[in-house]
Design a protein around this ligand. Structure first.
Ligand SMILES: [Zn+2]
Length: 307
């Protein structure tokens, strides 16, 4: 399979938009600024990180180290379908729910039948109901795996599942945690026991639609308007490195890459015209910053500790 092919106005191939398109956009914008002589007046750092989709195990420390120096972070994940920029993202918590029952013969007619799989089925239904009642708090719920039991004629002693939870604000996550902990404290089938491991998988903090992200987005949108482009904002369910920058208290504009889709598949595509549009927008935005035209709003983004 070729690395990339071009069909009409689309580039096709795995990785064209997630993340090559964004990287090309950032580097080409900087090249343009260099040609125009603006690059030297910009105090900027370019960070390429390779482990965002697995919880940033190696780049997390680097982000924490660079964050105090940053007034604004631009993240080049792919844009929205109408080339929106991203000003908020949900965070992720991965939990494992484990039920313990008591093994026994499936034909046993006397006493308690303490089947862990059956208890887990009750618990999943209950947890799902709780999560869906918190949809307006930004909660998303997905049971991703389930496992349990040994053979069909034995009462299952153990069963567990892994659940991926998304949240838009810490408040919603706390409500969910409290309700989940209460829900598992009482068994539906007497004699079974259920626990939740809240630190099961690599999670990510939420990137709330903060005041500073809105200020930064307005700065970008107003600059694009000077070029005749109308840009709007969106909030996403997935995470990116932007979540970590936001957690450090830095203003973030994400989704600064081109438009594309079918990520992580052989059908992955990127809109070539959108790449050129974004390069122009980003280059002009940085040029305005280099000229000092955006210094007042940028000043407002500066954290008190920097002053
Ligand atoms: Zn990806």
């Amino acid at each position: 399979m070729p690395i990339m092919t071009v069909a009409e106005d689309r580039a096709l191939g795995q990785g064209v938009v997630d993340m090559k398109g964004g990287i090309v956009c950032a580097l080409t914008a900087l090249q343009l600024l260099h040609k125009k002589g603006f690059l030297d007046s910009l105090d900027l750092t370019v960070l390429h990180e390779s482990d965002e989709e697995v919880g940033n195990p190696s780049s997390r420390a680097l982000i924490t180290q660079l964050a105090p120096e940053a007034d604004l972070v631009l993240v080049f994940e792919e844009a929205g379908k109408d080339q929106e920029i991203v000003i908020g993202r949900r965070g992720i918590v991965v939990i494992r729910v484990e039920c313990r029952g008591v093994a026994g013969h499936a034909g046993n007619v006397s006493g308690n039948r303490r089947n862990a799989i059956e208890e887990l089925a009750f618990k999943i239904a209950h947890l799902r109901e709780i999560a869906y009642s918190l949809t307006d708090k930004g909660i998303l719920f997905n049971v991703g795996t389930i496992t349990g039991g040994t053979v069909h004629n034995v009462i299952a002693e153990r069963a567990s599942c892994e659940i991926n939870l998304r949240f838009s604000e810490d408040e919603g996550l706390q409500l969910l945690r409290d309700a989940f902990d209460r829900a598992v404290a009482t068994p539906t089938i007497p004699g079974t026991n259920t626990t939740i491991d809240w630190n099961f998988g690599a999670g990510s903090p939420a990137m709330p639609v903060s005041q500073q992200n809105q200020v930064a987005a307005k700065l970008f949108i107003d600059t694009c308007a000077l070029q005749g482009y109308s840009v709007s904002t969106q909030v996403r369910g997935g995470t990116s490195a932007a979540n970590l920058w936001a957690q450090e208290g830095v203003a973030v504009i994400d989704g600064l890459g081109p438009i594309g889709g079918d990520d992580h598949s052989e059908r992955e595509w990127m809109s070539i015209p959108s790449l050129f549009v974004r390069i122009q927008q980003v280059a002009f935005f940085l040029q305005q910053i280099a000229r000092g035209a955006a210094s007042a709003p940028l000043e407002a983004l500066r954290k008190p500790a920097d002053v």
